[in-house]
Design a protein around this ligand. Structure first.
Ligand code: BES
Ligand code: ZN
Ligand code: ZN
Length: 493
């Protein structure tokens, strides 16, 4: 499965063989009262219990959350993973502490053993996922490669297929989101997607070329992408795993967003290589869902384009005709995400018959102003779909906050355009809501939700507040886990 970065393999073994099969062994440590103690003892040399007490007495390691301490026993490094007070240990705590572990071992060991027999299946799974995610390094474009970790050897019980699928999905999403634009131009991305799913009989990949998009009237995708020499495509991944109504995931895949003729300022513009984070998340989730073989029908749509100014670019004040026939005045070429998404969402609803559509998009700077870099904004009319997504977010630690769809603001869409049916921008205020209202029109009869992931999708500016299982200065692959969880719950339900 690899685009660039090979995820570590996960291997489950008996606790007694952990030391023999890994370069170093990590053991979670909790505090009850002031005393730190090993959370897991099965297969662990008894000297380690004493070592914890000594480290505590010498005040070098107290079991605090997100701290590590290494002790050698019989020549093997044992890494104590501080998880803090036992009563506070939950999934997010485990993710953060093992994220710290992953970061610290990525360039040090070929294999890391995790002693997790003292953890529930859920927490053990989160520990393994977080170790792998913390160890992610994007080195495809480096000459000197430092990453060593190839294998995570686990003692404990976990849902193996799920854990590996999530790790692979998030690695894939990170590779795509962070790729330099010309390494993954729309046609190159389409080729890569085809190759990824080749040989999976229940997955079909369809690519609409630029010529087809022109012929079929996908005015949103065509116009946003036409300024670039690398023309836009629409990538459709169809996973058929069961009966029942199909659900569609649509991801904004702007390979680079310069703003177009409404050019962005230089400050921070390099972050816009991750304006494909929505599409990256959809791709990663489709991979994980197919790998797990979920009993559900899921479609992934990636409208991919490069938004740049040129003699062939679309222009502010152009009126473009969308796939569903709506005419849109281009008030601003930098509000391009909603144009490519509108075509893909309408196509999912009307041509593919998706009954539920969830789109993910790095859509607006306004949502980052409102919620900061860690949370996505969730927009939907459906309380039941909102609950499903909120539940998935809670379970996976991918945070979001529900935002309102304010009907009164819809008037801005029509009133402000003297020449088109609607216009793609309104004023400065409520920008994220306006973007969501614009998309909603194109979902037609389908149940629809929109996640504005401009903050956590890009992630790079989260800096000191980013959780340790996010890679520093890179897009974290946000959204893969929510989509996988949503599909998983639906397939069980
Ligand atoms: N990709 C940007 C949104 C964005 C900004 C994502 C910052 C992540 C960080 C989007 O295409 C855009 O430029 N939106 C404009 C919309 C405006 C012209 C209505 C924005 O947010 O300023
Ligand atoms: Zn833009
Ligand atoms: Zn954009």
């Amino acid at each position: 499965m690899v685009l660039y970065t090979k995820p570590p393999k996960v291997r489950i073994v008996e606790a007694v063989s952990l030391a023999g099969l890994s370069d170093a062994i990590a053991v979670p440590v909790v505090k009850d009262g002031e005393e730190p103690r090993l959370l897991t003892s099965e297969g662990i040399p008894s000297q380690l219990g004493n070592a914890v007490k000594e480290a505590a007495a010498a005040e070098v390691f107290k079991g605090d959350a997100e701290t590590l301490y290494t002790v050698a026993v019989e020549g093997k490094p044992y890494i104590l993973v501080g998880c803090g007070d036992e009563k506070d240990v939950d999934a997010e705590r485990i993710r953060r502490c093992f994220g710290v572990l992953g970061r610290s071992v990525a360039a040090k060991y070929r294999s890391i053993g995790l002693a997790l027999t003292g953890l529930s299946e859920e927490l053990a799974g989160e520990a393994v996922i977080a170790t792998a995610l913390g160890a992610y390094m994007l080195e495809e474009f480096k000459v000197t490669k430092n990453r060593k970790l190839e294998e995570i050897v686990v003692a404990g019980s976990l849902e193996e297929g799920y854990v590996e699928a999530v790790i692979e999905g998030v690695y894939l999403a990170r590779d795509v989101a962070n790729a330099p634009p010309h390494m993954l131009s729309p046609p190159k991305l389409a080729e890569a997607v085809r190759r990824l799913f080749q040989g999976l009989s229940n997955v079909e990949v369809e690519v609409f070329s630029y010529e087809m998009l022109v012929r079929e009237g996908f005015g949103g995708i065509v116009n946003v992408g036409r300024g670039s020499a690398e023309k836009p495509v629409l990538i459709i991944i169809k996973y058929r795993g069961g009966e029942g109504d199909p659900i569609a995931f649509v991801g904004k895949t702007i390979v680079f967003d310069s703003g177009g003729i409404n050019l962005k300022p230089s400050q921070g513009i390099t972050l816009m290589r991750a304006d494909k984070a929505g599409g990256a998340a959809v791709l990663g989730a489709m991979w994980a869902i197919a790998r797990m073989g979920l009993k559900a029908n899921v479609y992934g749509l990636l409208p991919a384009a490069i938004n740049v100014p040129s003699g062939e670019s679309y222009l502010p004040s152009d009126v473009i005709k969308m796939w569903d026939g709506t005419t849109v005045e281009v008030g601003n070429t930098d509000a391009e995400g909603r144009l490519v998404l509108a075509d893909a969402i309408a196509y999912a609803a009307k041509a593919l018959g998706a009954k539920t559509i969830v789109d993910l998009a790095t859509l607006t700077g306004a949502i980052v102003v409102a919620l900061g870099p860690l949370l996505a904004g969730l927009f939907t009319r459906s309380d039941s779909l909102a609950s499903e997504i909120e539940e998935a977010a809670r379970a996976t630690g991918e945070r979001l906050w529900r935002m309102p769809l304010v009907d009164d603001y819809k008037a801005l869409m029509t009133k402000n355009s003297p020449v088109g049916e609607i216009i793609n921008v309104a004023g400065r205020y409520g920008g994220a809501i306006y973007g969501a209202l614009f998309l909603e029109r194109f979902a037609h009869e389908a149940e629809w939700a929109h996640l504005d992931i401009a903050g956590p999708g890009i992630g790079m500016e989260a800096g000191q507040v980013a959780p340790p299982y996010w890679p520093s200065q890179l897009a974290p692959g946000y959204g893969v886990r929510i989509l996988v969880e949503l599909a998983r719950k639906r397939s069980q339900g």
